[in-house]
Design a protein around this ligand. Sequence first.
Ligand code: NAD
Length: 429
Amino acid sequence: MVEQALNAEMMNPLESVRWQIRRAADALGLDPAVYEILKSPLRFLEVSIPVTMDDGSVHVFTGYRSQHNDLLGPAKGGIRFHPDVNPDEVKALSAWMTIKCALLGLPFGGGKGGVIVDPRELSPRELEELSRGYVRAIARFIGADRDVPAPDVYTNPQVMAWMVDEFARIKQGNEFGVITGKPVAIGGSLGRTEATGRGVVICVKEAARRLGIDLQGARVAVQGAGNVGSHTATLIHREGARVIALSDSHGGVYRPEGLDPRQVLDHKARTGAVHGFPGAQAITNEELLELECDVLIPAALENQITAENAPRIRARLVVEAANGPTTPEADELLFDRGIRVVPDVLANAGGVTVSYFEWVQNMYGYYWSEAEVNERLGQMMGRAFSEVWDMHLKQHCSLRNGAYMVAVRRLAEAMRVRGWLGHPDAARR
Ligand code: NAD
């Protein structure tokens, strides 16, 4: 296993998620067909999106949509606009969604989309045209009962609003349940914007309680100041923890006595970056990861904690707000060093859970209060956390393996009863 993990260091995220699924399926003694079904998406689309740029030229963007699995319900997962988007990343992210939804007990499969673009270089008009063009390209494959996109890196409620509007034009009628993470004005759920960060904080609290870490004054470092990082930092600060570092793609700021995340985020809103925040020391993203702290929260992109820097991680607990921030080899190294890692498929599942609530509210046309949303989120995340914790104790494994075992077992049972694993009498015939 360790040797396989060493090889895994060279893996891309798709190999990494496959390796996790196979390991869980093997540990549970499941039919090999379970892994074969889960190792690749059921459907993968590549689309070209022509956009007329402000200078009058036409630029053709490449986009993808991966529907990894629809075993438990419609595919579900965000849309990423980023220059590094590539087919294997999108496939991996969609597989993580399958695991995440199964782990939380949501009636969804896994999906993910992406467009190769740096949206920060587009004007608002170009961004709108790209968002609408992407939906036109994938419209026949999505829908409230087929595949339900949502925001991810560098997409937001405004982008979702353009997409849902374009879909309504194509279908000649509103279908708000086709996309979640919408603005509240057009069927978005209260609490959705903060939901991923809120779920991360629930996991920090659950883990800290079990590990005897007092959150009052606990030192927390957060990498990433986007949707997830900013709400995580703000909410954990509100719980009494000390946010000693926060970063974005330009670098980070560090203050051992603690930062007020709202002030740092105001500074970022004014200047475009967290660096330069008065009274704080400038640090790089690499240095942030290696700070001595109680809780490290990577909330940006994949492959941040690797075999190279894992030996220098000085956190007691790592809570993965981002998807795939720890490589498989780094994961083994942290496990051997006794550093607990609350895995992405659990830690950042608050977003998809409230996306599920949004979809339910759209289907019923009946909307909940924010308190109701947060209460149900707390219940679902708390239950999933306990299941993962119990599994990791029972199997003497990492929380990540425990999480995959809970999810893959649930998926395997659904495959069995749907007849995807062959007929029980087939071997005798
Ligand atoms: P976002 O676009 O709002 O923010 C991304 C943040 O990452 C920004 O602060 C950006 O500056 C920072 N960043 C980009 N490149 C970086 C780099 N090289 N080093 C350090 N920081 C960098 O995105 P988000 O929605 O907050 O997503 C962050 C992570 O959380 C992603 O892995 C995403 O898949 C995951 N996630 C998001 C949601 C959600 O609801 N938005 C749900 C589950 C998981």
